[in-house]
Ligand binder design. Structure first.
Ligand code: CP3
Length: 344
């Protein structure tokens, strides 16, 4: 087993990674790379921006600097980012023929820049804290591939799902196999935990969530390497707005469930018991409040989770780029100081 000085995260206790896109040093490095995607593909600079938050804050894990949309890009869709408009694809998936034409992903070749980033970051971390790898869920990736970018109503994705469910299933199955290959590649390259982001599962009807999102996360869980370097590789699954489905999410077989801020963490714990750890769940917008208010919110979330292990404290969703780094610092400091009494 490789040495790991701080394995608190892997013991699924507290404190978590906060990536660095709100930091001035991040913006400087991104400017050096040219743009966001070039930064993801530049191994030393992707490593540098992964390390930046760890230099500022006492965090218990690092998260790979990359994006969930690397898989569709590698499948030939042509990802680009237009300033202020979010991600976009040059090519979209709309038909049975489009799905049939998708190549089989060979993650270690087609996404070699991600694997290189993982192994470089692992070397740089030098056993200080574990490295989390990640991917989008098949459903979430499918929405971007069908819509051609972000969406408000998911009209095209739902058209395909309800109108030609068998075509949607073929696409999701293709993506599930791609995600398995991609995450196993990250694990072999050195990722010590992996997270699946199901950002858009929460826009589905309950039966459709089970059939079109959850079932494919289960397929991934069943296909992942779950032990590597003599240690368990925990899997975290996160469905934004998925609070009503926690019991079904437990059946996926992940080690932890990510919670957004809309679900009360105390209630969530009562529902899932000790079957999984819970990760979350402060509203990222709380970081705009004064530090004293942030601290009070951290105390409140800790007390609602209560005593014992199995709480990985983090935000309920991604941090917004205009957050004051001092407020992020106050958040992390509060978690460090206030969580001790609950985790004895
Ligand atoms: O935050 C981190 O640095 C950790 C790595 C990470 C990124 N994206 C980097 C990133 C992670 C875990 C993601 C996941 C991701 N990417 C998700 C799922 C998580 C979630 O939000 O639910 C989604 C939906 C995406 C797709 C994506 N990438 C969007 C919607 C955007 C925002 C576009 C915009 O205009 O702000 C991105 C860009 C992105 N991904 C940035 C970063 C740091 C910002 C790029 C920049 O402006 O520098």
């Amino acid at each position: 087993m490789t040495e790991l000085k701080n394995d608190r995260f892997l013991r699924a206790l507290m404190r978590q990674p906060v990536a660095g896109r709100y930091l001035p040093e991040y913006r400087a490095t991104r400017a050096e790379a040219g743009d966001f995607l070039s930064l993801c593909k530049n191994t030393p600079l992707a490593c540098e921006v992964t390390m930046q938050p760890l230099r500022r804050y006492p965090l218990d894990a690092a998260i790979l600097f990359s994006d969930i949309l690397t898989i569709p890009d590698a499948l030939g869709l042509g990802l680009y980012f237009e300033t202020g408009e979010g991600p976009k694809f040059r090519n979209v998936i709309r038909s049975e023929a489009d799905v049939a034409a998708l190549p089989t992903l060979k993650a270690e070749v087609d996404l070699d820049y991600v694997m290189n980033a993982v192994s470089t970051i692992r070397r740089e971390l030098n056993g200080s804290v574990p490295l989390i790898g990640f991917s989008g869920s098949p459903w979430t990736l499918a929405t971007y591939m069908i819509e051609g970018g972000s969406s408000k109503d998911f009209r095209e994705a739902k058209k395909l799902m309800y109108g030609q469910p068998e075509v949607m299933h073929r696409l999701l199955d293709h993506l599930a196999n791609s995600v398995i290959d991609y995450l196993n590649g990250q694990i072999r390259a050195g990722a010590q935990a992996v997270q699946i982001f199901d950002t858009w599962g929460g826009v589905l009807i309950t039966w459709a969530y089970r059939e079109f999102s959850l079932a494919y996360m289960k397929k991934i869980a069943d296909g992942l390497i779950r032990e590597h370097e003599g240690r368990r590789v925990p899997l975290i699954i996160f469905t934004k707005n998925g609070g009503q489905w926690l019991e079904s999410m437990v059946d996926v077989g992940a080690d932890a469930l990510g919670l957004d801020w809309t679900t009360d963490i105390g209630t969530a714990r009562a529902r899932v018991g000790d079957q999984v750890a819970l990760q979350g769940n402060m509203d990222p917008a709380m970081l705009y409040a004064p530090p004293a208010r942030i601290r009070q919110e951290v105390a409140d979330i800790l007390s609602r989770f209560g005593n014992g292990s199995g709480h990985i404290f983090n935000l309920g969703h991604g941090i917004t780029p205009d957050v004051d780094p001092a407020h992020a610092g106050a958040f992390i400091e509060a978690v460090v100081e206030l969580s001790g009494e609950y985790h004895r």
